[in-house]
Design a binder for this molecule. Structure first.
Ligand code: C5P
Length: 316
C-alpha cells in the first residue's frame, strides 16, 4: 500500500500542463461474504476483490473550473453533476490538499453502469489519481486509498488493484500475495443494471425469510486456491452471498450462468451485486468460446474476455 504512484523521475510537478491520463480496471469478487447490517446502513463484508482487464480511462487537463464530459458505456445516462463520483472525488482530494477543485475531465467508459463491476468506484479512483498528478499533490497510494474510502466501499480497492482482501464495509483492503498467475474470465454484461442497495436489501429479506444462507465462511479456501494456480480448484471456491438476491431480482441470470458452464466455463458467479456474470475458464481459448456462445445465445447484452489480476488506477 505504500508503493508510490510514480518512479521519482516521472512524478509530475506542480503546475504540470497535462493532459494526465489514468486507466482504471473493473473488479469482480472471488469471495463475497456478507454479514450483518450495521447501524450505519452498510453490511459487514469479507471479500476477495480481483481487478480484471476491462478499463475506463480518465483524462484530466488544467482548467479554471471543474467540468466533466464522457463517452462510451452509459454516456447520456450518467449525471455529470455533483452526484457523479468523479466530481465528488475531485472535491474530496481538493479539500484534503488545500487546492482549488479545478480540472477539465473526460471519461472514456467501457465498464458498464450498475453492473456489479464497480465502474463508478473505478472512476472515482481514477479521478483521485489523475488530479493528484495534475495538481502535483504527490500523495502516496496509501493516502489516496484512505481518501477513497470516503467515496465508496470499493474505491480503495480500485486504487490498489490486483487481488486483495477487503473487510469492514469493503473499504479496508490489503493485497493478497499470490503467485503471479493470469486467470481467464468471460464477463457477460446483462441488459439493464441492478441497484446495489436494493440487492443488499433483498438479501436481508431472503435471510429473514430463511430463504438464503447465512454469511459465507472464511476466505481460507479461496486464498489457498489462488496459491495453487489451478483454475479448476479456484472455480470450486468462488462464492458470492449476494448471488441469491441478484437471482431473485433477475431470474434470467440463472440461464446465463448455466449457458456459460454448458459452453465450457469451469464456473460462473454473479459479480458483486450483479447483474454481470463472471465465468472462470481454463485458458484464453476457453474464455473466447464461452464469450462467443453467450453472445450467440442472446444470453447477455455483451460478453467479452478479460484476464486478472491487473493493477489499479495508474497513469498511462
Ligand atoms: O459504498 P457504496 O456507496 O458503494 O455502497 C452503496 C450501497 O450499497 C450502500 O449505500 C449500501 O446500501 C450498500 N452496501 C452495503 N454494505 C456494504 C457495501 C455497500 O449494504 N458493505
Amino acid at each position: 500500500m505504500t508503493e508510490p504512484l510514480w518512479e521519482d523521475d516521472e512524478r509530475p510537478r506542480v503546475g504540470a500542463m497535462g493532459p494526465v491520463k489514468v486507466r482504471v480496471p473493473a473488479k469482480i469478487n472471488l469471495h463475497l461474504g456478507v454479514g450483518d447490517l450495521r447501524p450505519d446502513g452498510y453490511h459487514e463484508v469479507t471479500t476477495v476483490y480481483h481487478a480484471i482487464g476491462i478499463f475506463d480511462e480518465l483524462t484530466a487537463r488544467p482548467a479554471d473550473g471543474l467540468a466533466l464530459t464522457m463517452d462510451g458505456e452509459g454516456a447520456g445516462e450518467l449525471a455529470l453533476d455533483d452526484s457523479n463520483l468523479v466530481i465528488r472525488a475531485v472535491k474530496v482530494l481538493a479539500a484534503a490538499t488545500g487546492r482549488d477543485p479545478h480540472a477539465r475531465l473526460h471519461l472514456r467508459k467501457q465498464i458498464p453502469l450498475a453492473a456489479g463491476l464497480a465502474g463508478g468506484s473505478a472512476d472515482a479512483a481514477a479521478a483521485l489519481a489523475a488530479c493528484d498528478a495534475l495538481w502535483g499533490t504527490g500523495l502516496s497510494r496509501e493516502d489516496l486509498a484512505s481518501l477513497a474510502g470516503r467515496l465508496g466501499s470499493d474505491v480503495p480497492f480500485l486504487v490498489l488493484g490486483g487481488t486483495a482482501l477487503g473487510t469492514g464495509r469493503g473499504e479496508a483492503v490489503s493485497p493478497v500475495l499470490a503467485p503471479g498467475n493470469a486467470w481467464h474470465w468471460t464477463i457477460a454484461v446483462a441488459e439493464g443494471g441492478l441497484s446495489t442497495p436494493e440487492v443488499y436489501r433483498e438479501l436481508d429479506r431472503l435471510r429473514a425469510a430463511g430463504e438464503a444462507p447465512a454469511a459465507a465462511g472464511s476466505t481460507d479456501e479461496i486464498l489457498a486456491a489462488l496459491r495453487q494456480r489451478d483454475a479448476a480448484v479456484l472455480a470450486k471456491s468462488l462464492v458470492n452471498d449476494l448471488e441469491p438476491a441478484a437471482l431473485a431480482m433477475r431470474p434470467a441470470l440463472r440461464s446465463t450462468l448455466a449457458a456459460g458452464v454448458a459452453a465450457g466455463a469451469l464456473a460462473g458467479v454473479v459479480s458483486g451485486s450483479g447483474p454481470t456474470c463472471a465465468f472462470l475458464c481454463r485458458d484464453a481459448d476457453g474464455a473466447d468460446l464461452v464469450a462467443e456462445a453467450l453472445a450467440a445465445g442472446g444470453e447477455c447484452r455483451w460478453a467479452r474476455t478479460a484476464t486478472g489480476p491487473v493493477p489499479g488506477a495508474r497513469l498511462v
